[in-house]
Design a protein around this ligand. Structure first.
Ligand code: ZN
Length: 249
């Protein structure tokens, strides 16, 4: 670690739970963030600020003015740009030393699996069921932890699936893959801070996972943002899960 890095990350290094050893783990890590919208924005911003050394950002959309209400990594000046380019520019202004890989096309199954294999942690910041199930399958195949978040209206949820832990449920244990499209924020709406709260929780949990202490494996936190109440649910593995019961070692 350089003297500049020691100074920059001092407030984390001084924590007994992190120290220079933990900070070095963050600096050495590659985190794959799928989706650079409302959830992906705070995830990327906080992980870059915290000193995660390599972020791989995947999104093929361009920034639209209706995104700016909640996708805070993008600005008025980047409307019309690819979201990954807009996000990269912001991160470079915040933390020039962060390595960033951008993926601006829809990933094939094999490409996704390859990216998941290269990552230490995968963060699900997508907004639709098909992508979530595909990402879940890739993470099971590659045995990589998946920090999952979702937000809509005034509600949000966050949990972690870790297929390297044989007792961990997966996304498909929680939701059956019915092939039916989920409700979307474009139809149902979403209040701006809800994605910020959930995304920030995902960033914290990603750091927990990188430091070897995940908090949310087998536990789902549900946010009711209107009443500012959290509920905690225990998640169990479905022994007949089509995704994780057949591919488990
Ligand atoms: Zn499962």
């Amino acid at each position: 670690m350089t003297p500049e890095q020691r100074a920059r990350y001092d407030r984390q290094i001084r924590l007994p739970a992190i120290t220079e050893v933990g900070q070095q783990k963050l600096l050495d890590a590659n985190v794959l963030i799928i989706g650079m919208g409302g959830l992906g924005s705070p995830v990327a911003m906080y992980l870059a600020a915290a000193g995660v050394g390599h972020l791989t950002l995947s999104d093929f959309d361009v920034v639209e003015s209706s995104n700016l209400q909640r996708q805070v990594i993008h600005t008025e000046q980047t409307v019309g740009q690819l979201k990954v380019d807009s996000a990269k520019a912001f991160i470079k202004s915040l933390s020039p030393q962060t390595n960033i890989t951008t993926i601006d096309h829809e990933l094939s199954d094999n490409e996704l699996l390859e990216q998941v294999r290269r990552a230490d942690v995968v963060v699900d910041c997508t907004d639709n069921f098909p992508s979530r199930f595909e990402l879940n399958r890739a993470c099971i195949k590659a045995q990589k932890p998946l920090v999952s978040g979702a937000a809509i209206r005034q509600e949000g949820q966050v949990t972690t699936f870790d297929s390297s832990d044989k007792n961990s449920p997966c996304y498909n244990c929680l939701y059956p893959d019915t092939g039916v499209e989920s409700a979307s924020c474009s139809m149902e709406g979403v209040v701006a801070p809800v994605v910020g709260i959930i995304g920030t929780m995902q960033a914290q949990e990603t750091i927990n996972v990188l430091l070897g202490r995940p908090a949310l494996v087998g536990r789902l936190l549900l946010l009711d943002a209107q009443h500012l109440e959290w509920q905690r649910m225990k998640l169990t593995k479905n022994p007949n899960c089509p995704a994780c019961s057949t591919t488990q070692i």
